[in-house]
Design a protein around this ligand. Structure first.
Ligand SMILES: Nc1ncnc2c1ncn2[C@@H]1O[C@H](COP(=O)(O)OP(=O)(O)OP(=O)(O)O)[C@@H](O)[C@H]1O
Ligand SMILES: CCCCCCCCCCCCC/C=C/[C@@H](O)[C@H](CO)NC(=O)CCCCC
Ligand SMILES: [Ca+2]
Length: 503
């Protein structure tokens, strides 16, 4: 048996995309004269080739032989091995947002992703969304149980829609009331795949290590599975939203609110609104109460970050399984102490994951875990514009963004926030003087103290409530991903030898 390039290559079965019989083109390779006389039989193995920076590509090798039986035996054996990969999806439901990011979702799917799904014999039902909430509403109507996964082509907002549809549908089918902030939600085992075609694509970047449609399509094909924590957001026993990446008040809420008016600018809107919001330098007064995440290991100041096969996330998964077994026997919540912090904040950010994205490759909280049942609560207190700029710049370099006296970070399992304005309104609803929204502090006209509330940025969607209750639900959903892989040693060695060659 012979084969085409690459000369030597080790491919585990779990990274084979497909095996197919092929017509061997004799002109392809220099083969012996005797072989040119005989009829050649061939099969091609398509496999995942790992490139730099967590990028995956589809590569192939063609094997040929004059022995037809031998060729068939190999093809058959490899196909049987692929059949045994039970975590691979066979049928997917795909939602494409044609207006996300640079409006390339449909083209990206048709040109880069659909051919790979078809090569891997995955059948798909594709819905091109016609309006916001189309995907979410549709997930309450279709028979979701016939699919092995739901794929969204778009950005974080589109992912959020699909997640709300799936979690909401699961709770509805199980008779769980989402309005109860204390309810134990039912886990969603239908995995979600993200083909990045948005403006930030933070969820994809933080779970795969790169925002690249082909890489994500290949993670779906090989059937990866990454559990993910989800935070529920409630106000007065009313369910508002779920969040997996950033739940941000102040700076990121204001950026989002301003940028929504500039959607026509595409991803650039965030740079424009970011600059504008930075200059406005508004801070907001309020109270935060949180319960520390005592039962998880690690801290937001850890040097190590969450990577494929993360030990901390695995332990949390085990704890969760035990809790589910014992459910109803004991309920520890409520007994633990609440910590209360009052102050004036430029930003209040709660993140369930690092929130790494191309704008900030290490993210808002570099040591946050994808599936540990906790969120990192970052409080940025009132400081000078210069100090706030220093803080922001550290999101783009190796320096520690938590090493400032005006920044605090806590690992929490739940928290509540009430803005000063809403506290005041509650204590004296008739005090009309304090209800004048859109004005600055009367006592200090130039102090940037804003008596108007900010909005919450919930995974890129605005949320107007200024009093919220947030709870992290450990590993509520699953993605077609495996977390960010450790830097491959071979890659490092390869770059070393390239450098040596250059020298
Ligand atoms: N056909 C549609 N027309 C208008 N809006 C849509 C449509 N389909 C989905 N949407 C909405 O568009 C919003 C934004 O989409 P998406 O997240 O894909 O892109 P983005 O906002 O540019 O990227 P990111 O969220 O990564 O910043 C989503 O909240 C979604 O609800
Ligand atoms: C002088 C240079 C300073 C540079 C500072 C860069 C800091 C960037 C941190 C980016 C953190 C993104 C967090 C993710 C949020 C997403 O859920 C959300 C929806 O996609 N995106 C935004 O809100 C978009 C948020 C865009 C912020 C610019
Ligand atoms: Ca987490």
């Amino acid at each position: 048996m012979g084969w085409t390039e690459p000369k030597n290559c080790f491919v585990p079965i779990c990274e084979i995309i497909a095996v197919e019989e092929t017509e061997f083109n004799k002109k392809q390779r220099n083969i012996g004269r005797w072989q040119k006389m005989a009829k050649l039989h061939a099969f091609t193995v398509h496999y995942v080739k790992k490139a730099r920076n967590h990028r995956w590509r589809c590569s192939d090798a063609t094997f040929w032989s004059v022995d037809e039986h031998l060729c068939n035996q190999w093809t058959q054996a490899l196909k049987e091995l692929l059949e045994m990969q039970k975590s691979r999806p066979k049928q997917l439901l795909v939602y494409i947002n044609p207006y996300g990011g640079k409006r390339q979702g449909k083209r990206i799917y048709e040109q880069k992703v659909a051919p790979l799904f078809s090569l891997a014999s995955i059948s798909t039902d594709v819905v091109i969304t016609e309006h916001a909430n189309h995907a979410k509403d549709n997930l309450f109507e279709v028979n979701i149980y016939k699919y092995d996964g739901v794929v969204c082509v778009g950005g974080d907002g589109m992912f959020s829609e699909v997640m709300h549809g799936l979690i909401g549908r699961m709770q509805k089918d199980s008779g769980i009331d989402q309005n109860n902030p204390k309810a134990s939600l039912v886990q969603c085992n239908i995995r979600i795949g993200i083909i990045p075609a948005g403006s930030t694509d933070c969820i994809c970047y933080s779970t795969v290590g790169i925002s690249d449609p082909v890489t994500s399509a290949l993670h779906i094909i090989v059937g990866d599975c990454q559990p993910l924590d989800v935070s529920s957001v409630h106000h007065n026993n009313t369910f508002l939203k779920y969040s997996v990446s950033l739940l941000g008040y102040g700076f990121y809420g204001d950026i989002l609110k301003d940028s929504e008016k500039k959607r026509w600018m595409g991803p650039m809107r965030y740079d424009y609104s970011g600059f504008k919001t930075f200059l406005s330098h508004h801070y907001y007064e309020g109270t935060i109460a949180y319960q520390p995440a005592k039962h998880t290991h690690g801290s937001p100041r850890d040097q190590e970050s969450c990577r494929t096969g993360c030990y901390i996330c695995k332990q949390s998964g085990k704890q969760l399984a035990e809790q589910n077994k014992e459910r109803g026997l004991k309920h520890e919540e409520g007994e633990e102490e609440w910590k209360v912090i009052k102050g004036k904040f430029l930003a209040i950010n709660a993140v369930n994951m690092s929130c790494a994205c191309p704008r900030s490759p290490k993210g808002l909280s570099p040591a946050a875990h994808l599936a540990d049942g906790s969120a990192d609560l970052i409080l940025v207190r009132k400081c000078s514009r210069f100090d706030f700029l220093r803080y922001l710049v550290r999101h783009t370099n190796q320096d520690d963004q938590f090493d400032f006296p005006f920044v605090d970070v806590y690992r929490v399992k739940c928290f509540q926030f009430t803005s000063k304005l809403s506290e005041d309104n509650e204590s004296n609803v008739m005090d009309i003087g304090k209800k004048r929204f859109g004005q600055f502090c009367r006592d200090h006209p130039a102090c940037c103290c804003n008596i108007v509330n900010s909005t919450w940025n919930c995974d890129g969607e605005t949320l107007d409530s200024s009093a919220i209750e947030v709870r992290v639900h450990c590993q509520l959903i699953k993605l077609f991903a495996r977390g960010i892989e450790e830097d491959c040693k071979d890659e490092a060695a390869h770059s070393q030898s390239s450098i040596e060659q250059l020298l």
